[in-house]
Write a protein that binds this ligand. Structure first.
Ligand code: GLN
Length: 477
């Protein structure tokens, strides 16, 4: 099996944007050019507007349009800076507690020596690659070779970007399940790929003693099979899943592996929430399934493991034939990830086992999860049972707001979940993330029924949020 290594040629893909609002930060000329290019995209007659020049931002950029980068991103709209100061942030997934002190100390030590302030090798600091190798031990079914099978990136996001830059040829189809972590779409589009979406489907199982059933989301394998074409290059997996909290079962992953073998595909397995798997469930590393090591790049993140999302340290693990091209791309994108935080990540990985860090962290997260689940249970609102990660997907389709409620312009053209989330943040005082952002345009109406709440906050904060959320009962249809 040989994968073709591709340059990251940019092509115009066929998807259009679904709002005709030009971003507000554009100049008036750029706004007109944007509207004109957008109108054309929608198949209407173009309105008169000056022709874009070489210096008109965005006007001709299929790459930004197809990557949804002409919209304001959901993280910015629902950033705490745009919400009332007293609003509790359960939106963007970052913690209100720090990474462990013993890990932070390593960054301080690194800054105190000259070398710690300079470039790391593009592949990553040797100490961190060794720590990654030792942390995983034989979890990949073999010991990892830190010289060949591990690459450090500037956060998992940049690792993904490098992998797609390395492997996508123009028009290559990349299958992902919906809902999907929003970054996949732009990163694939920017690198010339064509995202193909396979929706996951919710089902409800009764739970004794609870008002709300256990909602779990599953794959329709016929749908997945139908999505595969001769242009399919790879499948993107994400387990534990953001935003569903789903942990894919061994049986599901084996069935996917079967299709991967049959159609000679590559896999990107985003496992950044690997340390947060609840209820004694098993985190199955896709790369360990028969024949999958050779085809899989696994993505990890120090930010998620150690409550350090701002460190921007992640890694790719896989066979040399897949890591080398990703490294070649990464070297030309950022050259290297930042040095002192790589040292902190290394120290964290080195000491985590001995300190029982992950066991304790998982217990704390289980308590945090319970606070939010109980709040939704009391409200009688349906939610996806979070088997892993720190997200709960809540069905908000019954939330109603006054007809004259004022919404900001940034919500124009967005699905109703944006309005519900805005209303909840401003009226109830708890922010969340509207889930239509995690769907393609065609399936956005499905996502519009849901909002995602993060429980990566201390228990007291979550209790206050849970109390506030009870007021939602007055706003349900
Ligand atoms: N992964 C985090 C989340 O889903 C943050 C994403 C981001 O800020 N781009 O909340």
């Amino acid at each position: 099996m040989a994968f073709r290594f591709a340059s990251s040629t940019i092509v115009a893909a066929s998807r259009g944007v679904s709002t005709n609002l030009a971003p507000r930060f554009l100049t008036p000329q750029a706004r007109r050019a944007f509207s004109q290019s957008h109108t054309r995209q929608q198949g209407h007659a173009a309105t008169a507007a000056p022709a874009p020049t070489k210096f008109t931002p965005f006007a001709n950029s299929a790459r930004l349009r197809d990557g949804r980068a002409l919209y304001q991103d959901v993280w910015t709209i629902f950033n705490s800076a745009n919400l009332p100061p007293e609003c509790i942030n359960l939106g963007q997934g970052y913690m209100n507690f720090p990474p462990p002190k013993w890990a932070r100390a390593a960054a301080v030590d690194a800054l105190d020596v000259t070398e710690g302030n300079h470039y790391a090798p593009a592949r990553g600091r040797p100490r961190l690659r060794k720590a990654v190798k030792e942390f995983y031990g034989t979890q990949f079914g073999k010991e990892l070779d830190p010289e060949k099978e591990i690459m450090i990136s500037s956060g998992a996001n940049q690792g993904l970007h490098a992998a797609w830059a390395a492997f996508l040829c123009p028009g290559d189809e990349v299958i992902m399940f919906e809902p999907f972590f929003d970054l996949y779409l732009p990163a694939i589009a920017f690198n010339g790929g064509k995202p193909v979406y396979v929706p996951l489907h919710p089902s409800e199982e009764p739970v004794p003693g609870r008002n709300v059933g256990k909602q779990s989301w599953s794959i329709d394998f016929d749908e997945l099979r139908r999505a595969i074409t001769p242009r399919t290059k790879m499948i993107v997996l994400n387990s534990p899943h953001n935003p569903l909290g789903k942990v894919f079962s061994r049986a599901e992953l084996e069935a996917i592996a079967q299709l991967v073998r049959e159609h000679d595909l590559m896999v990107i397995s985003d496992e950044v929430y690997e340390s947060l798997v609840f209820d004694g469930l098993e985190h199955v590393r896709f790369a360990t399934l028969p024949g999958m090591w050779e085809r899989t790049i696994t993505v990890g993140s120090a930010g998620k493991l150690f409550a350090a999302t701002g460190w921007r340290v992640g890694w790719l693990v896989g066979p040399q034939a897949l890591i080398d091209p990703a490294l070649a791309a990464s070297t030309r994108i950022v050259f290297c990830a930042n040095t002192p935080m790589q040292e902190a990540a290394a120290a964290a990985l080195e000491q985590a086992r001995e300190r029982r860090f992950f066991e304790n962290q998982l217990e704390e997260y289980a308590q945090r999860r319970a606070v939010l689940m109980d709040a939704f249970e009391k409200l009688g609102m349906e939610y996806a049972w979070p088997e892993g990660s720190y997200f709960i997907l809540l069905n908000i389709s019954r939330v109603r707001w006054p007809e004259d409620y004022k919404f900001p312009d940034s919500l124009n053209g967005r699905a109703d979940d944006f309005k519900a989330a805005w209303f909840i943040a401003n009226h109830i005082g708890v922010s969340c993330i509207p889930v239509s952002e995690f769907y393609c345009d065609e399936h956005m109406h499905i996502g519009a029924n849901y909002a995602r709440f993060s429980f990566c906050k201390d228990v007291d904060t979550l209790r206050t949020a849970a109390e506030r959320l009870q007021k939602l009962r007055w706003h349900l249809s």
